[in-house]
Design a protein around this ligand. Structure first.
Ligand code: MAN
Length: 369
């Protein structure tokens, strides 16, 4: 499936189609006072004959009031959204708004802490027969719930548990207490069982393996160390999907190049004869996000067998370079069709696009470690 790019080089994948497949205009706001800023980072699965994407939908206040910045937050006592109003005076004195995604508070030592997110995210289903043309549901898949979701639910990943016929959905619950991975279980994407938080903050990018290995469930995750260490990929095992232990480091950021800032698991691992195939993301210190691939051992899923040297996919197209937060390709889901892999990814934090790879091409751009 290699194709020639505009500058004549061979590329390992094709963006199919060469434009986003879901954009904010396709999504109805969940409330009258909100507007949709982005539909991106989606989990992917097959449900009977249908492609299912569980999308992150980010919304902000439709109108800003004079002299104030308004941000939506979830109030767990009211079980509803409310608007938090920050005066421009206060912003000037205490906050930094240079990042479109969040409002930072500066303290005396100059350390930046996130005080608000500019938008709040929920999860929304989209369905398709061909994997390209999607219909987005009118309502969120499920409501936000509890104090850990005050700032929203983000970045869902879906794993179809092959031996059990049910779907595990991991997502990031965000609040002022931190970013924390939660787990949902569903059989039909109509009713969801909430299994609670499975790792403490700060942790993101949890991907559950589709089968047990040696009698245990496995998941990759990405804790964020504070003073020592870097945001790397870890793996843990569990007897029941809720209690996780045996934490092991899988791989770290590469000091040079495209993944020198942070890395994290992307789509849930895919079983292949050569090993577990992971599509992951790597960001550089300037927050440019690319996709990479790695293979881990089928019997020891935390042991790396091979890892791509160069990115599999980089933000190059205008819709990947420009958007709510430009220069980002970020995958949370893929669907395997025989020897092909369709990767669904968020482009510039506001739309969803798709890239097609053959497994062989992904394998061939990985060196052994
Ligand atoms: C965060 C992630 C994603 C997002 C990227 C780029 O680290 O959790 O939600 O797509 O940054 O903004």
């Amino acid at each position: 499936m290699a194709v020639k790019t505009r500058d004549g080089e061979e590329e390992n994948m094709i963006r199919e189609p060469r434009k986003p497949i879901i954009i904010p205009a396709d999504v109805k706001p969940s409330r009258d006072f909100l507007k949709v800023d982005g539909v991106f980072n989606c989990g992917a699965a097959m449900l009977k004959e249908q492609y299912i994407l569980l999308c992150r939908v980010a919304e902000s206040c439709r109108e800003q009031e004079k002299g104030q910045v308004c941000v939506p937050v979830y109030d767990e006592c009211e079980e509803n959204l409310r608007i938090e109003r920050i005066s421009l005076e206060e912003i000037e004195k205490k906050y930094d708004m240079s990042d479109s995604r969040m409002i930072f508070k500066r303290n005396a030592g100059g350390i930046k802490k996130i005080k608000y997110l500019t938008s709040i995210s929920h999860l929304r289903l989209a369905r398709s027969r061909d994997g390209i043309h999607f219909e987005v549901d009118e309502r969120p898949a499920l409501p936000l719930q509890g104090r850990y979701e005050r700032w929203g639910m983000e970045d869902p990943r879906i794993t179809y548990m092959e031996e059990e016929g049910r779907y595990c959905i991991t997502y990031t619950a965000v609040s002022e207490l931190g970013a924390m991975p939660g787990l949902l279980i569903t059989e039909d994407f109509e009713e969801y069982q909430r299994m609670g938080a499975i790792f403490p903050p700060e942790n993101k990018d949890v991907t559950i393996f589709p089968r047990k290995v040696n009698g245990l469930y496995y998941a990759c995750h990405r804790p964020v160390p504070y003073e020592i260490g870097t945001p790397d990929i870890w793996i843990s095992s569990s007897p029941d999907l809720v209690h996780w232990g045996e934490h092991r480091h899988v791989c770290g950021v590469n000091e040079e190049g495209w993944e020198n800032g942070r890395i994290g698991s992307g789509a849930p691992p895919v079983y292949t004869k050569r090993g577990w195939l992971h599509i992951y993301h790597g960001a550089d210190v300037n927050n440019r996000y690319c996709l990479g691939a790695m293979l881990t051992d089928l019997n020891d899923p935390g042991k790396i067998v091979a890892r791509s040297k160069k990115p599999l996919l980089e933000p190059e197209e205008p819709y990947e370079q420009e958007g709510f937060f430009g220069g980002v390709v970020f995958a949370c889901g893929c669907v395997r069709n025989g020897s092909n892999l369709s990767v669904y990814y968020g482009a510039a934090d506001d739309k969803i696009a798709r890239a097609e790879f053959t497994l062989e091409e992904i394998f061939s751009c990985m060196g052994t470690v």
